[in-house]
Design a protein around this ligand. Structure first.
Ligand code: PMP
Length: 352
């Protein structure tokens, strides 16, 4: 081993879901939205003045921040934007998770949380979900260096009541509590109204799911101005220009079309509820997902086998091998009605 190798920041990276690009594939493995972005997004991109690309983008991302502030009835000072919520969450870790005490998150959750902890040398302690995959709020009452969990949780899709989230925030006045609401628009109740009351709460959302812009990479945090200022200080010490000009224009345009947003998310919710009935009829067991995916297990056929069989049909779903107790589950994103019909038709036949 070379001497310099001792000083490498070694990390075991997060493994994103695969991005196959096959004709006729049914891609239900990375919780993308099956519907295209709002028509206004297409117009904004087509009419974009490419000469402006000579110039650096606005480091304050004003057009996007202002549009988000208007959308949520907040002030621009309440909003931080980043390159997908992954970037926003990484900035939150860097800014706020610097204690010697461990940060807490569930044992079954977004598999990036422990990766950032390792990367930034943040101690952490996972809190096991209950057997029904719900979060036990009192696990988060112990002394810690910060708390983060998704609501609804991923990959389970299970939501936590707002009153329970508030209990966790109240029990942790000395640390930052992050509620990762990547999937909140599919039927959950957002913790956003609580940011006025609690100076230690950060709510994180994304354009990747409910706004059909995973490929654009836009995420945002909402919190009291002091927290946002601290995050911006860290961001400007890292990369001032995280949001490029085209992204800013597309993001603002997506927010301008509330009717399209409501129409597509309502379609996804309706398709999810129908898919639940069909999967239950086939013997699958799953929790009551309020996200754009269903985390399901079949008592007779292993998740691994099912995933392989689906793949042969060009149907992609996600399978996690860790932790052990979710090994027999598949995470199935909600696609169009036609895509879910094809999935169900195949499963019916396969399980018969
Ligand atoms: N949080 C959770 C819980 C997620 O599942 C994802 C999607 N992988 C993200 C954050 C990150 O999403 P994005 O960076 O596309 O906003």
């Amino acid at each position: 081993m070379k001497a310099w190798e001792k000083n490498i920041r070694k990390v075991v990276p997060y493994v994103p879901g695969e991005q196959p690009n096959q004709p006729d594939m049914i891609k239900l493995n990375t919780n993308e939205n099956p519907y295209p972005p709002a028509p206004g997004v297409v117009d904004a991109i087509k009419s974009f003045d490419t000469d402006r690309l000579r110039l650096y983008p606005d480091p304050t991302a004003k057009i996007l921040v202002d549009a988000l502030a208007a959308e949520y009835g907040l002030k621009p000072e309440n909003i931080f934007v980043g390159v997908g919520s992954d970037d926003v969450l990484a900035m939150i870790y860097l800014t706020f998770f610097n204690s010697d005490k461990p940060i807490f998150f569930p044992d079954i959750t977004y598999s990036f949380y422990d990766v950032w902890a390792d990367e930034f040398r943040v101690p952490y302690e996972v809190q096991p979900l209950n057997d029904d995959f719900t979060i036990n709020k009192s696990d988060y009452y112990k002394e810690n260096g910060g708390v983060i969990f998704p609501n609804p949780n991923a990959p389970t899709g299970i939501i936590m009541e707002l009153s329970e989230i508030e209990d966790i925030i109240q029990a942790n006045p000395d640390v930052i509590v992050v509620v990762d609401e990547a999937y909140i628009d599919f039927g959950g109740v957002s913790a956003l109204p609580l940011i006025e009351k609690y100076d230690n709460l950060i709510v994180v959302q994304t354009f990747s799911k409910s706004r059909s812009l995973a490929g654009m990479r836009i995420g945002y945090a909402m919190a009291q101005p002091k927290l946002i200022r601290y995050m911006n200080d860290v961001k400007y010490s890292f990369n001032s220009y995280t949001m490029n000009q085209l992204t800013l224009a597309a993001g603002a345009a997506a927010l301008a079309d509330r009717a399209y947003f409501d129409e597509t998310r309502n379609k996804i919710i309706a398709t999810r509820e129908r898919t639940k009935k069909e999967l239950a009829a086939l013997g699958f067991v799953f929790g009551d997902s309020k996200s754009n995916f269903i985390f399901a297990s079949h008592p007779k056929v292993s998740a691994e086998e099912l995933m392989g069989a689906l793949r042969e049909q060009n149907i992609y779903v996600r399978h996690f091998t860790h932790p052990e107790r979710i090994r027999n589950y598949l995470r199935i994103s909600i696609g169009t009605d036609a895509e879910m019909d094809a999935l169900i038709a195949f499963l019916k036949n396969y399980l018969a």
